[in-house]
Ligand binder design. Sequence first.
Ligand code: DC
Length: 226
Amino acid sequence: MTKSPPSLIVAIDGPSGVGKSTVARRLAKQLEVPYLDTGAMYRAVGLKALQERLDPADQISLEPMLEGLDVRLQRASDGAFHVLLDGEDVEQHIRTEKVGAAASAVATHRQVRQQMVTLQRRCAEQLGGVLEGRDIGTQVFPDTPYKFFLDAKPEVRYRRRYLQLQEQGRDISYDQVVEEVSERDRRDRGREDSPLTFDQTYTLVDATDLTVDEVVAEMVLQIRQR
Ligand code: DC
């Protein structure tokens, strides 16, 4: 019997507003593997906490909610995994800054991380995938040879996020965006469990002066060279 080849797993980690989603989605299409936005999973948990009127930063009060937490992943026709919360696709409800801040807070909870990481591994182990988040190359798939840390100057990230929110018709000032994104960065990099970081096993990509196409092309090149 021939042994099937190991699935292709690509890890893309990096801070908020750097354009990970756009890059990861395009790269996944090009490589013909599923795309998994792991941030969407933490956003679903953050949304659940807000729906239950819990303080996302209060770890103890989250615990009863975590017992019955129903977060699942479903492969959509576009090849991406969509996040279901209590059986419902929540994509339309998780893209606000409020839910983003709640996601960053619940993501510091060890049990939340364990549950999400288990799901992420289960989905990608069989089919492979491009996974983007904060801890993919450090915790979720540390053995994959394809790890990228996507970064850009903070001002570029703030502006990107601001324009994105404006396009969605959200009423938010540039200064508010700066405050919220930098608070999220601080928390994601400073938490005890699985902080946002990288090491020498990563390829660092600075997207400050690159287009999405250029970033994707650079990643494809690096993957093919290995
Ligand atoms: O990528 P995003 O902005 O949608 O992520 C929302 C939050 O979820 C982020 O601020 C931190 C958390 N997160 C995480 O802790 N680990 C991941 N792999 C992905 C996201």
